[in-house]
Design a protein around this ligand. Structure first.
Ligand SMILES: [Fe+2]
Length: 382
């Protein structure tokens, strides 16, 4: 298969790299930065910190601290109007996947106009967006390196995915010092998201030797360091290794695609406004079990990556070990045991399954599936 590989132009990873963004913004000819952060005190202080760093490099800033979890159409469109009114020429996003996805939506609208819904699908924009520096403060979503943004409808909470190579940030930033204050629950959910990206990308239909190498290492790092980062958030070595896990998994899935876990977690997160990583953490093991007959070789290799597999065991046994490992890891980092425990109603499962079938993100799943089978997987996670 011919191979294409998308990645930001520059990727900064390590302790204190946040302090380099002023220099990079200046290098991208930015003079007036639109700083996108999450709503609330944490987002506001992150935006202030970014503005101060940019000011040292001579840039002005306009702060937009309105990104919400599961970013909405209305916030993205309000951000685009504010961007134009403020006369900005570069975007700096700081936060988790929500802040970065909001910034991507704002950038696409700022350059192309219209409604964000016009860009649902693949490569619908015509104009490149303003340069985007994406500073991740959670180790998991991978949004700082990808061409995807997931936006929610304000009215019915349904989610749609925009896949546009113009949205790949110019610069990605993963600074473990920015993650030290992340609470254990958020560390756990975003870390499980990173592990899910690695597992899904490894066996995805569009995986290649490059994406597999990245996904393998990401799984190995997440398996080893996530429990440590959750237990002791101040462990900078664990935080740094989770930065690498998230970065590697993000660049892997941006090019290989994802699968049924994400197709099923999007409607779940949309309908109940649940954290994305939590939904993935609860669905990953059931989907591995479902996919085994189509991805036994890949899962068996991943079992070795997370030190759950044994060379002398059969592929099937190692796949089952991988699923068990995921279940135990999720439990260890505090993920509830079943969907019933987080308020999912049994009566909604038919609708969830129907919506999951419409998710394009599932097209690279290694095994085809029917709505009945998806319903069955939700039930096994219940
Ligand atoms: Fe994800």
């Amino acid at each position: 298969m011919n191979y294409r590989y998308y990645i930001p132009m520059l990727n900064l990873i390590g302790r204190g790299v946040i302090r380099e963004i002023g220099c990079e913004a200046f290098g991208l000819h930015g003079t007036n930065a639109f700083v996108v952060a999450s709503v609330g005190g944490v987002g506001e202080s992150q935006a202030r910190m970014v503005s101060e760093i940019l000011a040292e490099a001579g840039l002005r800033s306009h702060e937009f601290c309105r990104a919400v979890p599961n970013p909405t159409v209305s916030v993205v469109e309000a951000g685009a109007s504010e961007y134009r009114a403020a006369g900005c020429d570069i975007i700096v996003a700081v936060g988790g996947g929500s802040a970065i996805d909001t910034a991507k939506g704002i950038g696409i609208l700022a350059a192309n106009g219209g409604s964000i819904r016009d860009y649902v699908g693949t490569n619908k924009s015509r104009q490149a967006m303003p340069p985007l520096i994406a500073v991740s403060t959670t180790a998991g979503t991978g949004s700082e390196v990808t061409q995807f943004a997931v936006i929610s409808d304000d009215a019915d909470h349904s989610k749609f995915t925009i896949n546009d190579w113009h949205m790949i940030p110019s610069v990605s930033v993963n600074d473990p010092e920015m993650m030290l204050s992340m609470p254990p629950e958020l560390t756990a959910f975003t870390g499980m998201d990173a592990l899910t990206h690695a597992v899904e990308a490894y066996v995805a239909k569009n995986s290649t030797e490059v994406t597999k190498a990245k996904a393998y290492k990401a799984a190995e790092l997440a398996a080893r360091w996530l429990p440590i980062a959750v237990k002791d958030g101040s462990d900078i070595e664990a935080r740094e290794n989770m930065c690498y896990a998230s970065f590697l998994a993000g660049t892997a899935f941006n090019n290989a695609g994802l699968g049924l876990v994400h197709a099923m977690s999007h409607p779940l997160g949309g309908m109940y406004n649940l954290p994305h990583g939590l939904c993935n953490a609860m669905l990953l093991a059931p989907v591995i079990k479902f996919n085994i007959d189509s991805a036994a070789g890949g899962y068996s290799e991943l079992a070795a990556a997370v030190s759950a597999g044994k060379q002398w065991h059969s592929e099937r046994e190692n796949c089952e070990s991988l699923a068990r490992f995921v279940t135990n890891l999720a439990r260890e980092v505090g993920v509830p045991d079943g969907l019933s425990e987080i308020g999912v109603k049994r009566g909604d499962i038919d609708e969830l399954a129907e919506k999951a079938m419409a998710e394009e993100i599932g097209e690279t799943n290694p095994k085809p599936y029917t709505q009945d089978q998806v319903r069955g997987i939700y039930m096994s996670a219940y």
